[in-house]
Ligand binder design. Structure first.
Ligand code: FES
Length: 145
């Protein structure tokens, strides 16, 4: 194998490994939970953030009685950010990409605190207070942060 072919083969192998690593990582970081809905809010397990190799950044709560899912970011051991995944521009459902939420309709973007980082949306996302009770997180749907 000559030098040029060796470099070309090595680059393809490294790119493939990097791509697979990213795919595996993204697959393991997305966790969906239905939670337990009551009159005041929804409960999810703190364990939902645990993975084999560490901690997830967020959990997406999808429940039949909720019109839109809620993305719950783990900021640290005691702080979470719960965001309604409804775009404030025209109401499309958002997609989560790492530390930001993006709108497939017209491209608005929001950070993990729900703050608009890319227009056309002009208002921040609706967010809810999160409290920790033992091994559960309570997302209070009655209030808005
Ligand atoms: S509905 Fe989200 S950017 Fe328009």
């Amino acid at each position: 194998m000559n030098r040029r072919k060796f470099i070309k083969t090595g680059c393809i192998a490294c790119t493939s490994i990097g791509f697979l690593s990213t795919m595996i990582q993204s697959c393991t970081t997305v966790k969906y939970s239905t939670g337990t809905l009551n009159d005041n809010g929804i409960l999810i397990d703190v364990k939902d953030y645990e993975t084999k190799h560490g901690v997830r950044n967020y959990v997406i709560v999808r429940h039949d009685d909720l019109q839109f899912p809620i993305c719950v970011y783990k900021i640290d051991e005691h702080k979470y950010s719960a965001l309604l995944m409804r775009c404030t521009h025209q109401g499309a459902e958002l997609q989560v990409a790492g530390d930001q939420l993006t709108c497939p309709a017209h491209g608005s973007e929001f950070d993990k605190w729900g703050k608009v980082t890319q227009s056309p949306a002009a208002e921040n996302l609706r967010s809810f207070p999160v409290s920790i009770t033992g091994d559960k997180l309570f997302i209070d749907l009655r209030k808005q942060v």
